[in-house]
Design a protein around this ligand. Structure first.
Ligand code: ADP
Length: 422
């Protein structure tokens, strides 16, 4: 549409400017600058689209300026939109949970981590009073304190409800024109970190304890010998044998600890090659001959003669040795041991079944943990360190397999591990 009437065009342009100013001002009043910008731009588009420049007079210049202004506005809105998208992307990719509440403790927005932590969807959180949806008085108290004092607060909380977790909570006030208008909560899930710290502490305590027992004994017998027992022809040899046993135990403990730390270091490289698992098991059985004979245990290698695996031969030998050694140690006199395999969805499952003392149900979930023993005294007496099964688990997992146990107390156990079929 061409507008030739100069006065009319001028009026149109002035009304256009007034509309933009009024909407912009009104939207700023409503705290929604983005909406204002958008409406202003839409109007500018409509108007500038309709007004065409047909001469080089003043009004045309004005129209050109307005067109320029509209373009600038559009660019600005695009820029704000992009920044907004970046902000949303940052918030959603944060591992920390983010909650923004207003001055009435009503949740304004949350990120996806909060949904995961509390297992509540965004739509059930946003717009609700905090305590109504996350029923935790401790966090609610922190929010109230921040809204009241306008000061940053940080603390660690152990929550039991609505989830059983440990959180580090940082709460900052949000100011608007110098007045506290809301609170920003940054929630860091510390559960795993604290669990690992406890495990590390327990491990150090266990190692120290395991080392201290034989050392105390060696020291005691040494002192006895030095104080005169050296000349006691009847007992001195006996004392030396006890000391030798404890030294062997210390040696085994240090060896096992080194293997474990090596396996856990992740730098370990498996020296894989194809070998006959049947023959490897047969070799371990031969090595355990004396132990088997002593306990009159009958052992059967029922693995297929042609069963080959692509794995680290020495490490798998270690796994089999550990499991057969346990099957002998915790077996009854004249008991039996069977070693056989099963096909399991592309994996080979190797089972070591014994007729031994079995494992109580309550101990089974922890049996592969470091230093976990059903009967500590019995294990120590049998020369165990409590690290064997944990080493087995590490080696098998490094090969991409799994370990497990089925057992009935008093009847026997089936320890198994899987290896991928290659
Ligand atoms: P260790 O044998 O040195 O004590 P392991 O890590 O090999 O340590 O085993 C941990 C514990 O698991 C043992 O102390 C024992 O209580 C239990 N256990 C392992 N194998 C068997 C088995 N075949 N039968 C019964 N209990 C077993």
């Amino acid at each position: 549409m061409k507008i030739n009437n100069y006065n009319f065009r001028l009026k149109l342009i002035f009304s256009y400017i007034i509309i933009i100013v009024v909407i912009f001002g009104f939207s700023a009043f409503l705290d929604n600058v983005l909406l204002g910008l958008f409406i202003a731009l839409a109007l500018s588009f409509v108007f500038t689209y309709k007004i065409s420049i047909d001469s080089k007079n003043e009004s045309d210049k004005l129209v050109a300026t307005l067109n320029k202004m509209a373009k600038k506005l559009e660019d600005k809105i695009n820029e704000i939109e992009i920044k907004n998208q970046h902000l949303v992307a940052i918030l959603e990719s944060m591992v920390e949970g983010i909650i923004v509440v207003d001055k009435t403790s009503r949740i304004v927005s949350v990120n996806i981590t909060v949904e995961n932590i509390f297992s509540i969807s965004k739509k059930n959180l946003e717009g609700k009073i905090f305590l109504e949806v996350i029923r935790n008085n401790d966090i609610s108290d922190i929010i109230s304190a921040v809204l009241k004092k306008g000061e940053f607060t940080s603390c660690e909380l152990t929550l039991v409800w609505p989830v059983q977790k440990i959180f580090q909570i940082n709460a900052s006030p949000i100011f608007e024109k110098g007045i506290v208008n809301g609170c920003l909560l940054v929630i860091h899930d510390m559960t795993e970190i604290r669990k690992l710290e406890t495990m590390r502490r327990d491990f150090v305590a266990n190692v120290s304890h395991e080392l201290k027992t034989p050392l105390t004994s060696i020291k005691g017998f040494l002192e006895t010998l030095l104080e005169g027992a050296l000349d006691d022809k009847e007992n001195n040899r006996h004392f030396l044998i006890i000391m030798q046993n404890h030294t062997e135990r210390l040696n085994k403990l240090v060896d096992d600890l080194l293997s474990l730390s090596h396996l856990e270091s992740k730098e370990i490289l498996l020296k894989k090659d194809f070998f006959s698992l049947y023959q490897q098991v047969a070799k371990v059985i031969t090595n355990c001959g004396a132990q088997l004979k002593k306990k009159k245990i009958e052992i059967k290698n029922e693995l297929p003669v042609d069963l080959s695996v692509n794995a680290d031969r020495d490490k798998i030998e270690g796994v089999v040795t550990n499991l057969i050694d346990n099957a002998i140690k915790f077996n009854i006199e004249s008991g039996t041991i069977r070693i056989y395999s099963q096909d399991q969805n592309g994996n080979i499952k190797i089972i070591i079944e014994d007729s031994g003392i079995g494992i109580p149900e309550k101990d089974m979930p922890r049996i592969f943990e470091r230093f976990y023993r059903v009967d500590k005294a019995r294990s120590t007496e049998l020369g165990g360190t409590g690290l064997g099964l944990s080493i087995v688990k590490h080696i098998v997992e490094l090969h991409g397999g799994n370990v497990g146990v089925e057992s009935v107390e008093g009847l026997g156990s089936k320890f198994w591990f899987t290896l991928p079929k290659q």
